[in-house]
Design a protein around this ligand. Sequence first.
Ligand SMILES: Nc1nc(=O)c(N)c(NC[C@H](O)[C@H](O)[C@H](O)COP(=O)(O)O)[nH]1
Ligand SMILES: [Zn+2]
Length: 167
Amino acid sequence: DPNDHMQYMRLALDQAHESPPKPSNFRVGALLVNEDTGTILARGYTLECEGNTHAEQCCLLKFAQAHDLPEERVGEALPPNTVIYTTMEPCNLRLSGNLPCADRIIRTKGKDGEQRIKKVYLGVKEPEKFVGENQGRTKLEENGIECVHIPGLEERILSVATAGHKS
Ligand SMILES: Nc1nc(=O)c(N)c(NC[C@H](O)[C@H](O)[C@H](O)COP(=O)(O)O)[nH]1
Ligand SMILES: [Zn+2]
């Protein structure tokens, strides 16, 4: 129910607070959740993992590592109804040129080819600061992944996300 979504989004925002402020990206938090059981499978925040990593990417990487899999094969270990809560819409283009999170989410398939991450719950659209209008949500929906905006935390999410930017 809506309260559960808000609880998970709050936990994702808690993750965002852990991210080191930088002028060149946003501080984002994410949670990987088994929608059938409510179990939190992984949590992550921007720059948590080695290298220039995104919050959603860290969730996938950590869960993959916990199952001795490379991140690109994480779908093989994910439950069938996995969802991701992310404070900001997954990226579809990164100034660094790293693989965007929309693609990482789309490729989470089981051995049977079945899509594992089926829904993305997002706190805000990406502000048009780095890459213009982010097409992440469009790309996800074009690939059959439902995107749902969870309202209510927008101001807090954006103030955390931009804490490293000059005011
Ligand atoms: N959804 C999301 N999760 C994140 O953890 C994060 N940092 C962004 N940020 C989006 C922004 O567009 C990119 O951070 C810039 O495009 C710079 O690209 P890099 O991050 O250096 O690859 N977006
Ligand atoms: Zn990303």
